[in-house]
Design a protein around this ligand. Structure first.
Ligand code: ATR
Length: 272
């Protein structure tokens, strides 16, 4: 039996076990994907205890993504660029590989829900300057478009990411300038999470063909996406990104592509 899992704090509401276990069952793989919870000071010891052992790999979620990168022996370019890992692979030789599949998940979500969208087809805008935003900026920079723009309430945080990754920073007060000519706008702020007020930005300042995405998936239609739809923009939700990051994770842990025969999106929506 091959074991993998997800570790975070809190972990009880993680959707990942639903996705991975449904894929395991549909593929007929003898595997288990389990949620793990650990106290903040105990994450490193937990991960170290799995070296060369019986767990194939872990997805890592908040607040451990930075620590996960730091403890790994080797990291992919995209994990280093994001300064965060959402995947740890425990190799048979005892070493740990860190990767970050969140950026892939974001690009997969855009490709799936906005068919024809080209991430290199024009300027793209990332709202926010936390860990999620850094990963998105790194993925867009790698995609090779003309300009990646980071908009944040606290300009200094956006400027730091922009300087490190080759993007351009804007203060939230200048968001309309950042929207000018943009082909995509991705909300990577925590505004719009269940219960909090949505981000108030002038979506109408984007070109009519711009694609608007939110990384938050609870609720599935965030106030930000509702506002974008009201202005007729194509929208992409955070659940597509969650599934998009889980697919390469599953490939790491179980050595094959998840089966398409099971509708994991429907299962996740039922569990939201
Ligand atoms: P994470 O690492 O999970 O991405 P974070 O580091 O807590 O999250 O960052 C949250 C992001 O949401 C930040 O960019 C924050 O802006 P500041 O850097 O100015 O704090 C942004 N954010 C949160 N609530 C916001 C709000 N109501 N309006 C605008 N931006 C908000």
């Amino acid at each position: 039996t091959r074991v993998a899992g997800v570790v975070g704090l809190p972990i009880t509401h993680s959707m990942s076990p639903i996705l991975h276990n449904a894929w395991l069952a549909a593929a007929g793989i003898d595997g288990i994907y389990a949620p793990f919870s650990t106290q903040p000071g105990r994450f490193r010891a937990f991960a170290e205890s799995l070296r060369g052992g019986s767990v194939a790999g872990l997805n890592v979620t908040l607040p451990f993504k930075g620590e996960a990168l730091a403890l790994a022996d080797e990291a992919t370019f995209r994990a280093s660029a994001a300064q965060a890992a959402n995947v740890l692979v425990f190799r048979e030789d005892g070493s740990i590989l860190a990767d970050n599949t969140d950026g892939l998940g974001m690009l997969a979500a855009l490709a799936e829900q906005a068919p024809g969208f080209d991430p290199a087809g024009g300027p793209v805008v990332v709202l926010g300057a936390g860990g999620a935003a850094r990963g998105a900026v790194a993925a867009f920079v790698e995609a090779g478009g003309p300009e990646v723009r980071i908009v944040n309430r606290t300009l200094a945080r956006a400027q730091e990411i922009a300087d490190g990754l080759g993007a351009r920073a804007f203060p939230l007060s200048d968001v309309a300038a950042a929207f000018d000519g943009a082909v995509a706008v991705v909300n990577a702020t925590s505004a719009g999470l269940s219960g909090s007020a949505g981000l108030e930005v002038p979506i109408e300042a984007t070109p009519a063909g711009a694609v608007v995405m939110d990384m938050v998936y609870k609720p599935l239609k965030t106030p930000f996406l509702a506002q974008a739809q009201a202005h007729g923009r194509r929208t992409v939700d955070g659940l597509a990104m969650l599934i998009g990051q889980a697919i390469p994770s599953f490939e790491y842990f179980f050595g094959q592509t998840p089966p398409k025969s099971v509708d994991v999106r429907r299962l996740a929506i039922e569990a939201l």
